[in-house]
Structure formats: C-alpha cells, structure tokens
Write a protein that binds this ligand. Structure first.
Ligand SMILES: [Fe+2]
Length: 338
C-alpha cells in the first residue's frame, strides 16, 4: 500500500483555455506559473501547483496528482503496486514542479500521478482574486462508490471519514476530513472541485468578489454537517461547480480516532461514521439562491416556512444533555416528595 500525504493538482480539460486562465487567475486568485498554447499550470500565491488546464473538446478531470513522502523511491512504489495487481508507468516532466511520477488508473478511469518530490513555483506578490490556501478536495460521481473507496483505502492509504448512507463517501489522506469524495451516479464525471480559504472573512470576501463579477452563488453560505466545513458554491465558465470552504473537521491524531471537538459537532466526540440519508446538508438551515445542489439531497426550498428544530434532530449530544437535566430534575422532585 502507498501512503498518500496530500493532493497535488487536478488536471482539467477545457475547450476555451484562455477563458479558464482568466477565471482561475482573476477570480480564483491562482497565479499562472507556466503555459504554452494548449496547457497552463496554475499555482497558489504561495507557489503550490493546484490546477493544470489542457485544451480539449470536452470538460473533464482526467488526471489527479498525489504526493507521497518526499524521498520515496518511485520504482519501489511501482513494484509494490504491481504485486497488488496495479500496473503503473513512469512519467517525467509532469509539471514544472513535478519532475517524476508513476501513473496508473483508478477503478473509475481517472489517471493518478503519484510523486514524491516537488519544487515550489515562484512567488506571486500580487494580491488579487479569492487567493485560496490550497486545492482542498475533488468530488467525483461514479457508479461503484464502494469499489472506489476500497481502491483508495487499500492501495493509497486513504481512510474513510464519513459516509452518507451507502452512496456518498468522504475520504481523508491527511488531517483534513476529506480530500476526495465519491458520489454514486450511473455516469462517471466530476462533481465539484474545492479550494480551502483561510476563514469566514475570506468566504465573505469571495461572495462579494464573485457578485462583483456577476457570478452568482449556486448554494451557500452553509455549514455542512458531514465535515462541518463552511462552504459556498458557484459554477465556473465551463460549468464545473467550484467550492470555497473553511473550518473543515480535522483529525489531528489518527490514534485518538475523533475529529477535533468543536461546538457545532453533533456527537461528542465526533468520530467517522455512517450518517443517515436524511442528514441535513446545511446545519444552519436552507440557504440557497439557486436550484438545489446535487450534493444536497436534503436541501429544502428557500421559501419553506421556518419550523422549530427538535434538539435531537440537530445536536444529539445537546439533546442527551437536556434529557439528563430533565431526568435529574424529576429525580430531585420525586426525592423531595418522599
Ligand atoms: Fe466539497
């Protein structure tokens, strides 16, 4: 098994590479670290490659890169994969930052490029756009979610953070709650790409910046229950859903086995688990300007009259504490009557 440490970059194909370079530099706030006629490399302001654009007829996400521990022997990793029945090939000059990688396809057909050593892009001193900290996660739709999860856990060292029912999986390779998602759908396709921003004030700034550029949110701001990240969603010029998020659940210590306790958690402690199909997608309630996001099957229409949420529906831990208080009081009463 390999041990992935972090996501590198996602390769996106586009019919209009100039339009997408403009979007990713001016709106998202990545910097253009290299380009030729049919390809562009985009990095965060701090020089970590995040997106590779390639000119093509269709909008797809055909490749995804991951980093293993620096200094790892790629040849040894390839033979380890071979023993497990996965054929890989050696590739070089993946991007300006990635000289060497081994490449193979995952079960749904995405080519994974595994690299160990990485060179940062030059610093971009310009402050413009949303300027995310990093490429945070990518969600795919595919028919065989269980098969994809098994491959990522058995071959790449991912851990399952949470499931929604048996159709939506959240996998981590670092302390972040999820770096890849798989959502069941008959057709394999990209669902969304997410960039992490610093905090809530960056989310607010992103909302204003998007609106200033006539890009309307399709969902949010919300706080997810699964992962608990604050998130906003919009569509880029190619129609791909882009998320900006902050405040995602953190598993600081795998041995402890729970996410860092936070006041908005439903369980105490919050451990990886299977959430019911009915789990709300937005802890704060329905807040959607556009049509329901596909990842929000429980999203309710924005005009729905507000109703009182039963404590147990929203925060089982708080509900249990409330129940204990009630029991204590009635016990005291009964005692005083005796
Ligand atoms: Fe997401």
């Amino acid at each position: 098994m390999l041990q992935i440490k972090r996501a590198g970059h996602s390769t996106l194909t586009t019919p209009d590479i100039e339009r997408m370079i403009d979007y990713f530099t001016r709106i998202v706030g990545l910097s253009l670290s290299a380009r030729d006629k049919n390809r562009a490399i985009l990095a965060t302001k701090s020089g970590v490659e995040a997106i590779v654009l390639e000119r093509a007829g269709a909008v797809e996400a055909p490749r995804l890169s991951f980093q293993v521990a620096p200094g790892s022997d790629l040849g040894e990793l390839a033979s380890r994969l071979k023993k497990a029945g996965v054929q890989s090939e050696r590739r070089s000059d993946i991007t300006p930052g990635i000289g060497e990688a081994i490449a193979f396809k995952d079960p749904k057909g995405t080519t994974l490029e595994i690299f160990s050593d990485f060179a940062f892009a030059g610093e971009d001193p310009n402050f413009n756009g949303v300027m995310p900290l990093k490429f945070g996660h990518i969600a795919y739709q595919c028919p065989d979610v269980q098969g994809a999860v098994k491959f990522y856990c058995d071959m790449l060292g991912f851990r399952a953070s949470d499931w929604r029912g048996d159709f939506f999986a959240f996998l981590r390779c670092s302390r972040d709650h999820h770096t890849v998602n798989f959502l069941r759908d008959p057709k394999t396709s990209i669902h969304h790409i997410a960039f992490e921003v610093r905090d809530w004030s960056d989310i607010r700034r992103a909302c204003d910046l998007l609106a200033r550029n006539d890009i309307l949110l399709t969902w949010g701001p919300i706080r997810h229950i699964i992962g608990h990240n604050i998130a906003i969603y919009h569509k880029n010029p190619d129609g791909v859903t882009i998320e900006f998020f902050c405040d995602m659940d953190q598993m600081f210590d795998e041995d402890l086995g729970f996410f860092e306790p936070r006041p908005w958690h439903q369980d105490r402690p919050q451990r990886p688990k299977v959430w019911g199909d009915e789990t709300r997608s937005n802890w704060w309630g329905p807040m959607s300007r556009g049509p329901s996001h596909a990842a929000a099957p429980a999203a309710e229409p924005a005009h729905r009259p507000s109703r009182k949420v039963a404590p147990g529906e929203r925060a089982p831990a708080a509900a249990r504490a409330h129940q204990r208080q009630v029991e204590k009081k009635s016990h005291k009463k009964a005692k005083s009557r005796r």
